[in-house]
Design a protein around this ligand. Structure first.
Ligand SMILES: Nc1ncnc2c1ncn2[C@@H]1O[C@H](COP(=O)(O)OP(=O)(O)OP(=O)(O)O)[C@@H](O)[C@H]1O
Ligand SMILES: [Mg+2]
Length: 328
């Protein structure tokens, strides 16, 4: 018998609960105090459905605490959470089966193998249909690259392998959203690449992916939207394109004809200047292809033409005036 197709293993999650356009996550005034300290302070998040949303901030800035509140694992001191337009935690039973989560590693039995742990987790859930279980487990293990280690005992798993198993448990059923707290924590570069690939694949199927990280360079490669936290407060949120656009990109031109290049760029309204033998200017709202075209048709021979966009870390530092260090 041939293996069942993927969409047979993952039958439709049912009618969408809400019309498209409703954000996957909305929080208002979300606050968590420990003693007198607000470690999450008046958070107003909006996560568009279908986005890959990077939740960024230095260690201790309140990411995990926020995620625990989103999932109803701890209760807020103040404020509200809606997932797919439904209030949490009152709509938990309805909403949470559609949300796969990974928060600081799953609770697993050390003496069982990875595969056996998934069997237990699936059987414990309300919708883990028995007939499709072996195939769903095999698929989840494969997606996280754990097939070869499935029969190893959990206690012998490395940190990265445990993290992968946690992801696999979130993938046992079709999900409208995945909420992943530092999903690549402890993974090697190969594992990190695989998870990026997996996230893109899930997003292409329409799954909203909300993931936290303190590794900004990693997030930059996979997210469509980001929010940045600092000391429990939201510093900024929005599409990656808007955030990076807001923080001016620069163009650098390498040419033997520096004078002519400056002249042409200035005629286009750029404040071009020569630095270390190269011509540099802020790009503003100009399209790079228009500039290179103007230079070439103006007779400037190009040895190099580079657009430098500020990194997310540059953006964070520009917004907070602070480095990306442990918050408290
Ligand atoms: N149960 C608790 N009691 C007291 N303080 C806490 C508790 N849980 C978290 N905190 C504090 O809240 C702040 C935010 O912690 P949180 O775990 O949300 O940060 P984080 O952004 O996830 O950091 P990391 O990147 O290191 O995972 C920290 O200063 C932490 O010490
Ligand atoms: Mg954390």
């Amino acid at each position: 018998m041939s293996a069942p197709a993927v969409d047979q293993l993952h039958p439709s999650a049912g009618e969408p609960l809400v019309p498209t356009g409703t954000p996957a996550i909305v929080t208002e005034g979300l606050t968590k105090r420990f003693g007198s300290v607000a470690v999450v302070d008046q958070l107003a998040l909006e996560v568009p459905a279908g986005s890959v949303f990077g939740f960024l901030g230095p260690n201790g800035s309140g990411k995990t605490t926020t995620i625990r509140m989103l999932l109803g694992l701890i209760s807020p001191s103040a404020g509200e959470v809606e997932l797919f337009g439904r209030p949490m935690p009152s709509a938990s039973d309805e909403v949470l089966p559609q949300v796969g989560a990974l928060v600081e590693g799953p609770a697993c039995y050390p003496w069982l193998t990875g595969k056996q742990n998934l069997e237990r987790i699936d059987a414990a859930g309300p919708h883990g249909e028995r007939s499709t279980r072996p195939a769903r487990i095999a698929l989840a293990l494969e997606r996280v690259g754990l097939s070869a280690a499935q029969d190893k005992k959990f206690k012998a798993y490395s940190l990265g392998m445990r993290q992968r198993l946690g992801l696999a448990s979130a993938l046992l059923r079709p999900r409208r959203m995945l909420i992943l707290d530092e999903p690549t924590n402890g993974m090697d570069p190969q594992g990190t690449r695989e998870i990026r690939h997996l996230i893109r694949e899930l997003a292409a199927d329409g799954t909203t992916v909300f993931l936290s990280s303190h590794l900004l360079a990693e997030i930059e490669q996979v997210c469509t939207h980001v929010a940045m936290m600092s000391l429990g407060k939201l510093v900024t949120q929005g599409s990656l394109a808007a955030l990076q656009g807001a923080n001016a990109a620069r163009v650098e031109v390498q040419t033997d004809d520096v004078g002519r290049a400056v002249e042409i760029l200035r005629s286009l309204g750029l404040e071009a200047e020569v630095q270390e033998g190269n011509v540099r200017a802020e790009l503003g709202d100009r399209r790079p292809e228009d500039l290179s075209h103007a230079l070439v048709t103006g007779g400037v021979g190009l040895r190099g033409f580079t657009i430098e966009r500020p990194s997310l870390e540059d953006t964070f530092v520009a917004l907070t005036g602070e480095g990306f260090d442990v918050a408290r």
